[in-house]
Design a protein around this ligand. Structure first.
Ligand SMILES: Cc1ncc(C[n+]2csc(CCOP(=O)(O)OP(=O)(O)O)c2C)c(N)n1
Ligand SMILES: [Mg+2]
Length: 571
């Protein structure tokens, strides 16, 4: 005798998501997925419908980053799924757990030329951790449990997973006798324990180091207390990266973000915590980190041993490893206090000087304000717990430095995925109705998912979009100006009226041309959100990324200074 009622596959999918505490999904409807959509609605799961499936995946991605849970997106068969490829690839590079559930033509029509019929799985496989068609009703919960575990990593890097279920299979009844509770039940996250031999070897290395530096990454998130305790125990300096911004407060004496390149050059021991050695950290190259020995800490292979091998590699839960190390090291070590204090002082000097100059940044030759005026104004308006999102080229570079570091912050990331700002902002605001959520976007980047201002309005997401309108894909325009003989081709836009566009969707909006109006306009925008400020800024401002050659794409490294160091190493 079983007490499990007979349910369809679609109903079991909804049951499974509820059992895993999913309270919202993002997506765009279509007949192929309607059976699941309907059961979600019957269970009061919020369905946030969007104007393009890719934006729904970006929202699920932001949801996962903000909550630490799996983000769920839905897309119907054919163009619904293919619209998601870019956003799924973004989640793959960022190692963010997103589960995309797609539609699929019924099995009896397989290969006959069905409506919206295309081999989604082959398209999705290279950009996901796993992609499958689920064809067997009996196995649906087993398959969902596996997809979930693959998304969260569970020993491997986390990332996006794609599954699809043919519509006729969604309507099949699952025999109650085959439903196992073990597939339905949520599982506590796996915490890989620490090998004590690693602790002893690493503690010895740390005790010898004069200039130790911790670099955190995605895998360090959720371990703020352990990272801080380790820094306090050792006196090591600390750098965050795009994915771990906000983990350690800027007030911590180890934080030296403003002297990043110098800290990397001079460190004699680098401890990576859940950090992949990608372009942001010079691939770990000896050209960029010439004096470093390495300790690597991660619970998955990608963040543990790619590019540079550690003298000690902790394959362990990062929080457990750091706690064990903090307990083992003690304060008796060789750390050079002149180095750590000197670096910290220089960090404080540079960042305060930068902050002071924001409000004085001069207008360009075109008479329009410098984009840094936006960040000077935001510093007057944003509360400490505000959520900030940046998207674009030059403006993203200005934002990274201009937004007070570190706070909750997301941007176009490792994939350089222009267009994430608007959907990230919507999802962040839906999750945090009581916090300020601001998206600072270039006019170019904004255009890619601009229709999602409509989703913000319809769902009551209290987000403020600030468009830095310089009528250009400016970081690329500047590259053409500096490196291609000034031939400007396909990189200018119009001084379009984005405030007018937002008004058409019933958002509060304003075009701002006078920097003295920024604070007032921002305050009003937060009070009336969702809102959009169309801020006219100069094309003449050179961002640090433009200056460091990010637009130019050097051969060996992302930044020209590091690229030059690589070339010097080869001589
Ligand atoms: C989807 C996508 N297309 C193109 C690029 C190349 N790209 C990087 S930055 C940039 C310019 C962005 O312009 P905008 O958002 O207006 O910011 P601005 O540089 O003007 O501040 C471009 C085209 C990219 N990274 N992603
Ligand atoms: Mg622009």
């Amino acid at each position: 005798m079983t007490r499990t009622p007979a349910r369809s596959v679609a109903e079991w999918i909804a049951e499974f998501l509820v059992a895993r505490s999913v309270d919202r999904v993002y997506g765009l409807q279509g007949g192929h997925i309607q059976p699941i959509w309907d059961h979600l609605a019957q269970r009061n799961v919020r369905v946030f419908d969007v104007r393009d499936e890719g934006a729904g995946v970006h929202m699920a991605h932001c949801h996962a980053v903000m909550t630490g849970q799996v983000g769920i997106a839905f897309a119907t068969a054919g163009p619904g799924v293919t619209n998601c490829v870019t956003a799924i690839a973004n989640a793959q590079l960022e190692r963010v757990p997103v589960l995309l559930i797609g539609g699929c033509a019924p099995v009896p029509q397989d290969d006959l030329g069905p409506l919206q019929g295309i081999d989604h799985v082959s398209i999705m496989r290279p950009v996901t951790r796993g992609a499958r068609t689920l064809r067997t009703a009996d196995n649906i919960l087993r398959d969902l449990d596996k997809a979930w575990a693959t998304a969260i990593g569970d020993g491997n890097p986390p990332g996006p997973v794609y599954i699809e279920i043919p519509t006729d299979v969604l309507r099949e009844i699952v025999p109650p006798g085959v439903v196992l509770d073990e597939y339905l039940k949520p599982k506590p996250p796996r915490r890989i324990p620490v090998d004590v031999a690693d602790v002893a070897r690493a503690a010895a290395l740390i005790a010898e180091a004069k200039r130790p530096l911790v670099i955190s990454g995605r895998g360090a998130m959720g371990n703020a207390a352990e990272v801080a305790r380790f820094l306090d125990a050792t006196g090591a300096l600390y750098l965050d990266t795009q994915e771990s911004r906000g983990l350690v407060p800027g007030s911590h004496p180890s934080f030296v973000g403003a002297v990043r390149a110098r800290a990397m050059k001079e460190a004699d021991l680098v401890i990576t915590v859940g950090r992949k050695l990608d372009y942001q950290v010079g691939y770990g190259s000896p050209a960029v980190l010439p004096n470093a020995r390495w300790i690597r800490i991660a619970d998955n292979s990608e963040e543990l041993r790619e590019n540079r091998r550690g003298e000690v590699e902790f394959y362990a839960h990062p929080g457990l490893a750091l706690a064990a190390l903090a307990a083992a090291v003690g304060r008796r070590n060789a750390v050079d206090p002149e180095w750590t204090k000197g670096m910290r002082n220089e960090h404080v000097r540079r960042s305060s000087k930068y902050a002071e100059e924001l409000a004085k940044a001069p207008a360009g030759n075109d008479g329009h304000m410098h984009p840094n005026r936006i960040f000077a104004a935001l510093r007057n308006v944003l509360r400490p717990d505000a959520i900030t999102i940046a998207d674009g080229g030059d403006i993203l570079s200005f934002a990274r430095l201009g937004l007070e570091a570190p706070r909750t912050y997301l941007d176009a990331g490792t994939f350089g995925c222009l267009g994430v700002g608007t959907p990230y902002g919507v999802a962040a605001a839906l999750l945090n109705p009581d916090k300020q959520v601001v998206v600072i976007s270039g006019d170019g980047a904004f255009g890619i998912n601009a229709m999602e201002v409509d989703s913000a309005k319809r769902h009551g997401a209290k987000v403020v979009f600030v468009i830095a309108n310089n009528a250009a894909w400016n970081i690329e325009r500047l590259d053409q100006q500096m490196n291609y003989g000034g031939r400007i081709v396909g990189t200018t836009l119009a001084w379009s009226n984005y405030a007018g566009m937002a008004k058409a969707f019933d958002l509060h909006s304003e075009r701002v041309t006078d920097p003295s109006r920024l604070v007032g306009a921002l305050e009003e925008a937060f009070a009336k959100a969702p809102a959009l400020l169309d801020v006219v800024v100069t094309q003449d401002a050179l961002s640090s990324d433009a200056g460091k050659g990010l637009g130019w794409v050097p051969s060996y490294q992302a930044l020209t200074a590091w690229d030059d160091a690589e070339k010097a190493r080869r001589k």
